[in-house]
Write a protein that binds this ligand. Structure first.
Ligand SMILES: [Zn+2]
Length: 257
């Protein structure tokens, strides 16, 4: 049996342009538009360039679980879908906050995949630690890439996912670098989607200044990226707090309904 594969697009015959009929169907003023096959190629290229890690490749908004024991995740998924729907008319970013394993990265990857495939928008995924490491490596003379080689796509991509913001132990250099990235994207009015395990609170230093004393405190976003960058994030992003599913608690509250 001979397997026939059609390499040439049947819609446009390989030209990349398809004819669009007039409103009245007349041929007198034939117009052309980009063929679907061109959009498909663009999406495939964008997807390949987005740096989505292998372990998150399967993540879609459609396979994000949000029922049964995962019911508490429904509002976060809803917000993610709304974001995709309204982009780019509304291009305020998202700050997804939640503990490890709650599905923040799944949602972030799901969002950019929809933007790439559905809207042909250039997106880039970067793990925060990996990005900082690559920038640091670029200072090494034996490495060919310069700091700007690493940073240019991070500065320029239309939508950036910065995964696990704050995960690197903060130093002056880390703070400066984070400021550089966030301020550059803010000034260029580009969209940034951020995930973090750290609660959205001010730094210990700022708390002390305000006379707040606590015996026990966990690190906040303010501690990890600085209070100024935390307020910058508030200008750039909508905050979505993802509550982890606590099955026992849900069953208990259900029995009181
Ligand atoms: Zn075509």
């Amino acid at each position: 049996m001979i397997k026939v594969t059609t390499e040439v697009c049947p819609l446009c015959g390989g030209t990349g342009w398809k004819t669009v009929a007039d409103a009245d169907g007349a041929l007198k003023d034939r117009r052309v538009a980009r063929c679907d096959c061109q959009l498909r190629t663009r999406s495939e290229n964008l997807l390949a360039a987005a740096r989505i890690p292998k372990r998150y490749e399967h993540c879609e908004l459609s396979n994000f679980e949000f029922d049964g024991p995962h019911r508490s995740l429904a509002p976060a998924r809803m917000a993610a879908c709304k974001f995709v729907e309204n982009y780019p008319l509304d291009n305020v970013g998202l700050l997804l906050i939640g503990s490890i394993g709650v599905g923040k990265t799944h949602l972030a990857v799901g969002i950019i995949k929809e933007l790439i495939v559905g809207k042909g928008i250039a997106c880039l995924f970067y793990d925060y630690r990996e990005l900082l490491k690559q920038i640091q490596n670029s200072y090494n003379d034996t490495v060919k890439a310069t700091e700007l080689d690493v940073l240019r796509p991070v500065f320029e991509t239309e939508v950036l996912v910065l995964d696990e913001l704050g995960a690197t132990r903060p130093t002056d250099w880390v703070w400066d670098t984070v400021s550089l990235i966030l301020n550059s994207r803010y000034n260029n009015k580009l969209t940034t989607i951020i995930t973090t395990n750290f609660p959205d609170g001010m730094s210990a230093e700022a708390e002390t200044r305000q006379g707040i004393k606590r015996l026990k405190r966990e690190d906040t976003l303010g501690d990890r990226i600085g209070d100024r960058m935390r307020s910058r994030l508030h200008e750039m992003c909508r905050i979505i707090t993802i509550e982890g599913a606590d099955f026992r608690q849900q069953v208990k509250s259900a029995s009181f309904r």
